[in-house]
Design a binder for this molecule. Structure first.
Ligand SMILES: *Cc1c(COP(=O)(O)O)cnc(C)c1O
Length: 370
């Protein structure tokens, strides 16, 4: 059986180091916002090339706290509209709602699965104050175009980088812009995964960083003195310790993913299958390798019969979710045909740094026989 994602195998090379680190943290007896969190915040900021990294509880909180931080700074107000791709994981949209802002959904390009910047201007109103760009499946959104629109209309740009660790490195990304920030998730299955929930925000904005360091910790800069209405969403000390061990290997693991993606793209030859688009000027990190096919469920069953496990990212688009019924959002009554087509046709093939050549051979062979 080729598993979609073998988390045991992925973490196996680090096990001895994890055990040692756990013992070290136990011996020290400091479990909240200690040296490991500080070290990871430094390490990850360096890795991303940003001034600040703020460790938080998970990826959703990273997004929510960014919006709350901007509200605290007076750069956003309750009820402001935020442009967000219709084709994204639901967390992107939930974060906007949790901060009492209004998500405005925009269709993706069918080829890239990412937001189509050409469609953004028509969705702008006087209430639009920000764009949440999502680098879906590990491929950067069209940030040059998005930044141009943002500059023209004076909008904040926030990046949902939960699937794109490392993709922004050496890129002319918004992260180099003093005003913006990115949210990361270290959910175990992400390219940089912890052994539980974890997340972070990266930014070059000193003012925003100061507020975020406080908001994640009860709005407090000094214990028992609360400057802001905060939450408890701190990066866990042990998770930070695990991430410190894994971070130095991220680039190599991303390279292994890209090598598998290259093989899939070059060697899968089947008219029934549309392979993912890869803009070669981008440093795609292939969090997911997502193909499209007309009879998706049939192909998934065929692969299952051949002992290849696949997943669907995602089966139901956010605007069709029960949680966003007409009473709560009105979105169920609108249609996003490209987003809906993607959700009907996509299938994610196994891809990870621990997949063997033989396994990749086998997946290719079975797909070519379909
Ligand atoms: C995983 C993910 C999140 C949320 O991360 P959690 O750590 O699970 O809260 C947000 N956005 C996208 C695009 C994701 O894939």
């Amino acid at each position: 059986m080729i598993k979609f994602l073998d988390l045991h195998k992925i973490n196996l090379p680090y096990q001895a180091a994890f055990h040692q680190k756990m013992q070290q943290v136990l011996d020290k007896g400091w479990f909240i916002l200690g040296d490991e969190v500080k070290a990871f915040e430094n390490n990850f900021a360096n890795y991303c090339g940003t001034k600040h990294c703020i460790g938080v509880g998970n990826g959703l909180d990273a997004l929510v706290l960014i919006f709350k931080g901007y509200i605290q700074l007076g750069k956003l107000q309750k009820g402001d509209e935020v442009i967000v791709p219709a084709n994204t994981y639901i967390a992107s949209i939930l974060a906007i709602l949790q901060a009492d802002l209004v998500p405005v959904l925009v269709e993706p390009r069918l080829e890239t699965y990412n937001i189509n910047p050409d469609l953004i201007p028509a969705k702008l109103t006087p209430k639009t104050k920000a764009i949440l760009a999502v680098h879906l499946y590990g491929q950067l959104a069209e940030m040059d175009e998005i930044n141009t629109i943002a500059t023209q209309y004076n909008l904040l740009v926030i990046e949902d980088a939960a699937q794109s660790h490392g993709a922004i490195k050496n890129q002319n990304s918004v992260i180099n812009n003093q005003k913006s920030c990115a949210a990361y998730s270290f959910y175990p299955g992400k390219n940089l995964g912890a052994l539980g929930d974890a997340g972070a925000i990266t930014t070059n904005d000193d003012e925003l960083a100061k507020v975020l360091f406080a908001i994640r910790n009860y709005g407090s800069e000094q214990k028992y003195y609360n400057e802001y209405i905060g939450v408890n969403s701190r990066l866990d000390e042990l998770q930070a310790a695990f991430l410190n061990i894994k971070l130095p290997h991220l680039d190599n693991e991303n390279e292994l993913r890209r090598n598998i993606a290259k093989r899939y793209i070059n060697e899968i030859k089947n008219d029934k299958i549309t392979l993912p688009f890869w803009n070669q000027t981008h440093n795609h990190v292939f969090h997911l390798f997502v193909i499209r096919t007309a009879n998706r469920d049939e192909l998934q069953e065929y692969l299952k019969q051949s002992n290849i496990e696949t997943l669907i990212h995602y089966p139901i688009p956010p605007h069709k979710q029960k949680a966003f019924s007409p009473e709560t959002s009105g979105w169920n009554t609108v249609s996003f045909p490209i987003t809906e087509k993607i959700h009907q046709e996509v299938l994610s093939l196994p891809i990870s740094a621990v997949m063997t050549n033989d396994e990749v051979d086998y997946v290719i062979q079975i797909l070519n026989q379909y």
